[in-house]
Ligand binder design. Structure first.
Ligand code: NBG
Length: 807
């Protein structure tokens, strides 16, 4: 949009008066934020309404991305950027004596997700709007987002994240679009006089789902898409035809009902199997599908052609009940026959798998499922019965094979199996991950449905992670290669020719230095630790999970600590190790690792013998906003998961785009990062996929042998349990046991040696500034293929079959 400074100032003053009866000069920073937020929402609304009308009028195929998490981050800055008015607004505010950055800092970061999966959904939303893809998000409006993390005495403490305490300026409540979702009760098939069976569902509990819509503004195009998040509420008494008894029951159930959208499950890559979670899943899925079908009918289109107008994407298995729910709507409410309903459903739905970790694969106990969703269970039973027929036709006598692949089996409903059978496309999120799905985890299904499997490597939005997070680097890019990369991130490759240019190198280095200085200030303010901005900023930020191996990093730091103390000639480039990670509240081991890292930090940072060669910092409350501060200041990107365990990773791409050098195992998308930047521009270590798979298959790993034969490992592990590291009497022993007595499930010790070498390599590369800066430029300029714009285009053409309306 186009607006002059003068017009903006007038609008701002008027809005402030209207909202607060205040002159701008007397307004608090809160008032400034809300005034600006509401004003920007107004600016957005015209384009939003127009986009919606356009979609309806021209019947463009719509994508609905169903996800239990959307980790959007703050929206003010990104909306201003995408509207194309950020500079104008910034200057106008300056002239009024206000500061945009400080205003932006007032916004709460709505943490409606745990980590990569939720953030990916948010990047996709931004990229779909920016690429002109008619895309909608569908999820839950959690009252409490992911907990706030405090570190107290080195331990993680969780506090509720009440992000809706003040107004959320971006959402619009759409009461008129509310729908009802049914839980519990009895369901059965009743024979009719003409010999048919009709479904009956009685004594259910009804929950009102009220949508809150948020605009998703495309980058300098005319597209504004919608994220619809559902709130669970008690239905209105007046709507109830069943009278007072029911009303009282509903009131009694108020807490229970509202709890459905109360809080996000704080588990990353872990399936808890609790009934409230299944309720959440069915709640937003049913509400979303009801509203989709209603819109489709209102536009006068035949339901038999739903899949030509609508693509529903199932983001991990959490929304898997979309398959039987669409069947229910089509059959029970719209009178469609099974076969036709199945055809429509399968062709509407597609599914992304985000993990091969077995503990994350959702399966629900039959009894729990049947009790909560009796009608849906009947439908799944029938899907399973028909699927077993297909399997039996294929495998004949091999009943164990049929049982293994069935949807309902061993007392459980297996959601991944339902997704594979009930959709037309299954994708993994990086090449290696997809190959592992095909050759290992989902091999049987790949044999059955080879044509359904495909890969879509994850991506990130360069608008948030480069343009907004790293304005100085963005300006340098504009000055060297022009601005086309902003619209077309693949053009970042134009920057490659500057890799040996001394001027460009110097500037890249200076920008990194500025970002490091800013982060150093933040660290001083938050942790009261003084770090040297001339040291290497070595960063490990992500959820705390054993497979992500923050422990390997920490053990190496401890090893360096020993080296410094024991070898007077030991030399290294000073290093600042920065960690940030939340652990699931019930994940005891992960919390012990947090305590260990903090104890290590405490001891090393305060030991004068270290002579400032190492500093260790654990920043609390990792989230999107903190990542925006950390990533542009990073020089080493730690991506050191046990090979085969990280499906893709996405922070690896953000670091690379900001010029950090990746220190990585050949896992997830790291493999593709290597392909893009080339071997000299990344530091790879650790076991290969083949070695790992061979251990899994044949056994033979003995971590104790490494402990006994490698004196460095022995020294490090012994100091966990002999009181050398202070403050971890329990944690040290538990970590030691996990590595030795329980044989080191994630091959930390196996990879220790090559990690030490890789870290030495980082040290020596860094000493050669020319080489390091060249590597940095190679990384920045190779990062364009990891733009989510590229990824969503691949989804659009390869899975959803949507047209791009305009750019
Ligand atoms: C995560 C993977 C990451 C991946 C993101 C996004 C889950 C279940 N999976 O490796 O662990 O980058 O999904 O695809 O959260």
């Amino acid at each position: 949009m186009i607006i002059t400074k003068e017009q903006f100032k007038k609008d701002f003053e008027k809005k402030m008066l209207k909202l607060y009866a205040q002159e701008v000069e007397n307004a608090t920073i809160q008032m400034q934020y809300f005034t600006l937020g509401y004003l920007i929402k107004e600016y957005i609304s015209e384009g939003w309404a127009k986009t919606t009308t356009r979609y309806t009028k021209y019947g463009e195929k719509q994508v609905y991305y169903f996800s239990i998490e959307f980790l959007l981050g703050r929206l003010l800055a990104s909306n201003l950027l995408n509207l194309g008015i950020r500079n104008t607004v910034q200057e106008a505010l300056n002239e009024m004596g206000l500061n945009l950055k400080s205003i932006e800092d007032v916004e709460v970061d709505p943490g409606l997700g745990n980590g990569g999966l939720g953030r990916l959904a948010a990047c996709f939303m931004d990229s779909m709007a920016s690429s002109g893809i008619p895309g909608n998000g569908n999820g839950i409006r959690y009252k409490y987002g992911l907990f706030q993390q405090k570190i107290v005495d080195g331990y993680q403490v969780e506090l509720p994240e009440n992000w809706l305490r003040d107004d959320n300026v971006w959402e619009i409540r759409k009461s008129d679009k509310a729908v009802k979702v049914r839980f519990y009760g009895d369901a059965w098939m009743k024979p009719t006089d003409d010999g048919k069976l009709v479904p009956i569902h009685t004594d259910y509990q009804e929950v009102l789902a009220v949508p809150y819509d948020t605009a998703l503004v495309g980058y300098e195009n005319k597209t504004v898409n919608t994220l619809r998040l559902w709130n669970a509420e008690v239905p209105n008494y007046a709507d109830e035809s069943k009278g007072e008894l029911n009303f009282h029951k509903v009131l009694l159930n108020k807490r229970e009902i509202e709890s459905i959208s109360e809080v996000l499950y704080p588990d990353d890559s872990n399936h808890e199997g609790r009934v409230l979670r299944l309720k959440q899943e069915y709640f937003f899925v049913s509400a979303g599908l009801q509203s989709i079908v209603t819109q489709h009918k209102e536009a006068g289109r035949p339901l038999a052609e739903l899949h030509n107008y609508v693509a529903v994407h199932i983001n991990d298995t959490h929304p898997a009940v979309a398959i039987p729910e669409l069947m229910r709507i089509l059959m029970d409410e719209e009178g469609m026959e099974w076969n036709e309903a199945w055809h429509v459903t399968q062709n509407t739905m597609s599914y992304t798998n985000h993990t091969i970790m077995s503990e994350a694969l959702e399966k629900w106990p039959v009894e729990l499922f049947k009790d909560l969703l009796p009608r849906i269970y009947l439908i799944i039973e029938e899907i399973d019965r028909r699927f077993r027929e297909i399997l039996t036709a294929k495998f004949g006598e091999q009943q164990d094979q049929v049982e293994k692949m069935a949807i309902i089996s061993g007392g459980f409903v297996k959601m991944a199996h339902l997704c594979i059978h009930g959709t037309h496309s299954i994708n993994g999120v990086a090449k290696l991950h997809t190959e592992l799905l095909k050759s290992q985890e989902l091999k049987d299904f790949y044999m059955l449905y080879p044509y359904k499997f495909n890969n879509k490597t994850n991506g990130i939005t360069h608008r948030r992670w480069l343009m907004l997070a790293n304005p100085e680097l963005s300006t340098l890019l504009d000055d060297t290669i022009g601005t086309s990369w902003r619209r077309n991130p693949q053009d970042l490759k134009l920057f490659k020719k500057y890799k040996r240019d001394p001027e460009a190198q110097r500037k890249v280095e200076t920008i990194k230095q500025h970002n490091k200085e800013k982060l150093a200030e933040y660290i001083k303010e938050k942790n009261d630790i003084i770090v040297d901005p001339n040291s290497i900023f070595d960063v490990h930020v992500k959820r705390l999970h054993a497979y992500k191996r923050q422990l390997l990093n920490a053990l190496h730091i401890l090893h360096q600590y020993h080296e410094i103390l024991e070898n007077p000639n030991f030399d290294m480039v000073p290093r600042t190790y920065i960690f940030a990670a939340k652990a699931a509240p019930g994940y005891y081991y992960a919390k012990e690792v947090i305590k260990f890292i903090n104890a290590l930090a405490q001891q090393i940072n305060n030991d004068p013998r270290v002579k400032g060669l190492i500093k260790v910092v654990f920043l609390e409350n990792y989230g999107v906003t903190l990542a925006e501060k950390i990533i542009p200041a990073s020089e080493v990107s730690e991506q050191i998961s046990t090979t085969t365990k990280e499906a893709s990773g996405t922070s690896n791409m953000k670091f690379m785009m900001n010029g950090a050098i990746t220190l990585a195992t050949l896992d997830g998308a790291n493999v593709e990062i290597l392909e893009e930047v080339g071997d000299p521009n990344i530091v790879i270590f650790g076991m290969t996929e083949k070695e790992i798979l061979s251990y899994y298959r044949n056994g033979g790993y003995r971590s104790r042998e490494i402990y006994e034969s490698d004196i460095r490992v022995k020294r490090v592990l012994d100091s966990l349990v002999n009181g050398y590291i202070k403050g971890i009497p329990v944690e040290g022993v538990d970590i030691f046991k996990s590595l030795i007595d329980y044989n080191d499930e994630f091959f930390v010790l196996k990879d220790f040696d090559s990690y030490v070498d890789a870290q030495k390599k980082i040290d020596s590369l860094y000493q050669d500034r020319f080489t390091w800066n060249k590597m940095s430029i190679e990384n920045i300029s190779s990062s364009g293929v990891f733009s989510a714009d590229v990824t969503v285009m691949q989804y659009a053409s390869g899975i959803w079959d949507t047209r791009i309306i305009e750019r």
